[in-house]
Design a protein around this ligand. Structure first.
Ligand SMILES: *[C@@H]1O[C@H](CO)[C@@H](O)[C@H](O)[C@H]1NC(C)=O
Ligand SMILES: *[C@@H]1O[C@H](CO)[C@@H](O)[C@H](O)[C@H]1NC(C)=O
Ligand SMILES: *[C@@H]1O[C@H](CO)[C@@H](O)[C@H](O)[C@H]1NC(C)=O
Length: 469
């Protein structure tokens, strides 16, 4: 919003302002009529003159010019009754919206649209499209509607400057998948985390691939079959004021999953799910997470990294002002044995935990099945800051289990105050293995297992995109 112009307009005298504005509008409409074959939106203009306060007028005029044309899914035959298949209507609305820069695709409130797996591809679309989502979109529940081996429900691909906003709900209706035993599913091949490939349960509810300057705000994403919101190979991601929700016992329902993405900011968001609230995977760098609530769930995790011996790198991750309640871990880094790569420059600060099983964890022996092969190869972890982490735990305050061949270096713990939440179970003491760093008081409970970091090596910043073993 151009505040100067706005103030200027408000300060000008009313009558001449109206004349000027009217002329501008007429001119804008004429330009529109001559450049697009589209019809000038008379209804909006009329409403604007009849009901608009001066403030409203300025807003409408600007937004019309800025946002371009509107494409309401109802105008493309969507029923919105929760039962008719509206997939084709959404595809048609998208195909038209895509031709125009800064177009607005509208999913109106008061309707429930049933939409099957769809890829909203943007490689030929105008920039800065907006999906105004105020209604509810429902995923199909029959496996037939999903077809075989579909990885995600709603995919947004190769978009530039795209925004999803509104008060709407994306409901993955995943409970039908959660309850089935994994044996009911075939294997699928997928570019996603292999650990999640054991079923052909769809991977993600909403997935952004290969986009830049993306924004997701206002909406709720709930009950995904697995991950709720995934960004893969994106540059420039802003997620704020959204909610993600599924039951604490729903399997693999990560909240936000980041992979090969950089310049990511997530803030003022509530995450409740059955796996990691946020998981940061290989290839991520320059990620900032703040003012986020997590719980139930498995906490905020970097990893798991390096499954099947692959090279994985993550750098410059900041997590601050986060509240976690009733989660499995608080802030965690998990890597598989046998892999190569680095984790560099991680800061966890102002973390409030409440009834969290293990608030602080590094696990370089991550294994999600009963036995994993021992290997001396490991991802190296260094420069991890833990500052001002307070609250209650139910199992163990701190667990730093690092690799014999690649110990964790330069771990910095300051102002840690963790108290046991009485639950009748035996609590474990803080545990460290091959963990080097320093403590800055106060650290409660006492941590005497951290080894003094004597090396003078430079564990300096590292660009995850130039990931080398
Ligand atoms: C680290 O990431 C933040 C965004 O979270 C960015 O502002 C900052 O410039 C990055 N630092 C480096 C050294 O790249
Ligand atoms: C791996 O190493 C650990 C610790 O030395 C040992 O307890 C475990 O039995 C080994 N596992 C395998 C599969 O060799
Ligand atoms: C460790 O923490 C202390 C206190 O917050 C700070 O002064 C110091 O710079 C930190 N060191 C590193 C390497 O992050």
């Amino acid at each position: 919003m151009n505040t100067d112009a706005h103030t200027l307009l408000l300060n000008m005298s009313g009558f001449s302002l109206i004349n000027i504005t009217f002329l501008i509008l007429i001119a804008a409409c004429l330009v529109w009529l001559s450049t697009n074959s589209a019809i000038c939106n008379a209804a909006t203009t009329e409403k604007y003159w009849k009901h608009g306060t001066r403030h409203h007028r300025v807003h409408v005029e600007k937004s019309k010019l800025k946002e371009g044309l509107k494409f309401n899914v109802l105008d493309y035959g969507a029923k919105g009754d929760g039962e008719s298949d509206d997939t084709k209507a959404f595809q048609a609305a998208w195909a038209n919206a895509c031709k125009v820069e800064a177009s607005l695709m509208i999913v109106p409130s008061g309707y429930k649209f049933l939409v099957g797996p769809t890829s909203f591809s943007g490689s030929n679309c105008g920039k800065n499209m907006v999906l105004q989502l105020d209604g509810t979109i429902l995923a199909p529940t029959s496996s037939k509607a999903w077809g075989g081996g579909v990885d995600q429900w709603l995919e947004f691909k190769d978009l530039v400057g795209f925004m999803v906003k509104g008060k709407g709900i994306l409901d993955g209706r995943g409970s039908v998948w959660w309850t089935k035993s994994t044996n009911d599913f075939k294997q699928v091949s997928s570019s996603m985390d292999t650990k999640k490939q054991s079923t052909c349960r769809p991977m993600a509810a909403v997935m952004f691939v290969g986009g830049s300057k993306l924004t997701v705000t206002g909406i709720t994403i709930q009950n995904s079959p697995q991950f709720h919101l995934t960004f893969d190979s994106c540059d420039g991601v802003l997620v704020h004021d959204i909610s993600i929700s599924s039951p604490g016992d729903s399997p693999n329902t990560d909240g936000i999953h980041l992979r090969s993405s950089k310049n990511v900011i997530i803030h003022h968001t509530n995450l409740a799910c059955g796996d990691d609230c946020i998981s940061i995977q290989t290839g991520c760098t320059d990620v900032l997470i703040h003012d986020v609530n997590c719980g139930p769930g498995h906490g905020i995790s970097i990893g798991s990294l390096g499954i099947d011996g692959i090279t994985a790198c993550v750098s410059n991750i900041t997590v601050r002002d986060v509240k976690l309640h009733d989660t499995m871990t608080g802030v965690r880094i998990k890597t598989w044995q046998g892999a190569k790569g680095v984790v560099r420059g991680v800061s966890f600060s102002n973390i409030q935990v409440s009834k969290v099983e293990v608030p602080i964890m590094i696990d370089q022996y991550y294994c999600d099945h009963s036995t994993c092969k021992n290997s001396s190869a490991a991802i190296s972890i260094a420069n991890v800051e833990y500052e001002n982490i307070r609250g209650t735990y139910t199992v163990q305050p701190l667990h730093l289990s690092c690799s014999d061949s690649k110990p964790c270096m330069n771990l910095n713990l300051s102002t840690i105050e963790l108290k046991p939440q009485p639950n009748g179970h035996q609590m474990s003491e803080p545990f460290c293995w091959q963990a080097f760093g320093r403590l800055n008081a106060p650290v409660i409970p006492e941590v005497d297992c951290l080894q003094e970091d004597q090396s003078s090596s430079n564990w300096g910043p590292h660009d995850a995109h130039k990931c080398a073993a």
